[in-house]
Ligand binder design. Structure first.
Ligand SMILES: [Zn+2]
Length: 94
């Protein structure tokens, strides 16, 4: 079958559900195992440019479609919040 898509079984990082996906379409993100947060994400939920060390140790994770929807809603919510939180996360904690 020429149009057959190769599916892979993987675990969703968020809900731990096992799901099948095609590698070309699945949502992946890089995760920093040290902070247990997505690469570049700070504990407060703000995004900052990841350090080279964090980038080097990061691992690739998958998200199932259900969680992708949830993340999109969360991101939309955080985008609305980010303007009000700007002053607090700008301080830095390094
Ligand atoms: Zn999931």
């Amino acid at each position: 079958m020429a149009d057959e898509q190769i599916t892979t079984i993987g675990g969703c990082h968020m809900c731990k559900r096992t799901f099948s996906f095609t590698p070309a379409t699945v949502m992946t993100f890089r995760m920093d195992p040290e902070t247990n947060l997505p690469l570049g994400m700070t504990v407060s939920g703000a995004f900052r440019e990841p350090t080279p060390e964090a980038r080097a140790r990061s691992v690739e994770r998958h998200l199932c479609p259900d969680c992708v929807d949830r993340v999109k809603q969360l991101k939309h919510f955080m985008d609305q919040q980010s303007t009000t939180n700007f002053d607090t996360w700008q301080r830095g904690d390094s």
